[in-house]
Design a protein around this ligand. Sequence first.
Ligand SMILES: Nc1ncnc2c1ncn2[C@@H]1O[C@H](COP(=O)(O)OP(=O)(O)OP(=O)(O)O)[C@@H](O)[C@H]1O
Ligand SMILES: [Mg+2]
Length: 423
Amino acid sequence: MSKKISISEVINAFTPAQEISDAKKFAGRTEYVNDAFIGLITKGSNIAIVGGRGIGKSSLARQIINLSEGDNSLLEKLNIPFDEKLDFLTIYLACGNSVKTISDLIIRLLTTKDCLYDWIYDIPNAYKELGKIQGGFDVKIAKLSSEIVDETQYSKAIQVHEIDVVFQNVLSEILKTKVAKDGILIVIDEFDQIEDPSGFAKLLKSLATNVPGVKFCIVGVAQDIQNLMKEHESSDRLFAGSVLNLPPMKPNELNEIIDTAENSINGFIKFNKSARDKLISLANGHPYIIHLIGKEALKTAYNEGIYEIDEEYILKTLKDIAEKEADPVLEGRYKKAVASSHQREAVLKSLAEVIQKDGEISTRDAYKIAIDYDVDNPSQYVGHLVSNDYGAEIVKIRERYYRFKDSLFATYVKARPWLTKKE
Ligand SMILES: Nc1ncnc2c1ncn2[C@@H]1O[C@H](COP(=O)(O)OP(=O)(O)OP(=O)(O)O)[C@@H](O)[C@H]1O
Ligand SMILES: [Mg+2]
């Protein structure tokens, strides 16, 4: 132990609240990085990243952004061959809940400073185009760029100029200036937040024809691209093989996350084999869970002067996480589902314990366990758990088969110590 480790280094060794931008800290996912790189260099293809909550979608998107801007350090680390540095003008937008339609999305892209607005401002022809959706040049564009655009403000103008045409023209004007050799990459995170994404496929098609050189990378919680875009027709051609459907991370990849965190504090505190095995089994493929528990464990270990973390310590940490509400959203959902009933908690836990590989839960399996927990009438509680009053965390698939709406929550249910006591 050469150098004293600071509390801030310990606290930031794991980053549950932050996606991974630094290639050195990005674990595993070799084949997906490879596919993403191919997606970037394939002319005319867009990229989509889909998968469950907390599985690592935004982190992969961050790596794609790095690659698109010519930083190939991740490819070097993963021994993925390359013979060029990419040069895209890349912009990133995370859809908050105010982006409800594709028009909202386009307005956001055009008028947000970190997105296209700064570029538009510097290019007179693009600036003129933007003026068309503001009902004239007198309106201060800066006002638009500040926050959410008032709907009436642009709806009037849209009647004159279709917003997607303006968008197309703006992109084309930016491309004409040859700011970046490979074109424009637009990364849209949390695409699933867009209530009504209809028209997006049409927009992609028309951009592909009229302004080649624009590529999208859309990211969101979904099982596949059709689900993400809420489109039934096939979008295969628009994404030409570049739909990255992120599965749970493998045990060795999760182990690498722990290595990286340990190395960042020069092994000042270590996770022994039993702690690692426990962490990896609790995480069930979710990198988020490794970061959440890892961070809390390191923090308390540091305060208590403990230098080796074992399985027992991980179990104790789980209690702390629940009590301190280290993840208020997951904890809030847990409390809503349980709503102070020991029997309902027992059924919730029983369901989480018997999830099959495909995510399905047979009530036969679950009820056996629930009855061992002394639940009299488990089916009644399953009825509660599918209802909105208890958060609708469970979804019925067909007679006697259910699944958790979200596998991250299911993982939390399994890992979390009991909230209630037996009456
Ligand atoms: N390849 C990786 N290596 C190390 N840590 C990772 C990796 N991928 C994701 N993480 C970590 O896992 C957590 C979740 O990652 P991220 O935010 O990228 O997931 P997400 O799928 O976008 O989640 P959400 O569904 O909440 O948007 C973060 O703490 C992030 O730091
Ligand atoms: Mg994300």
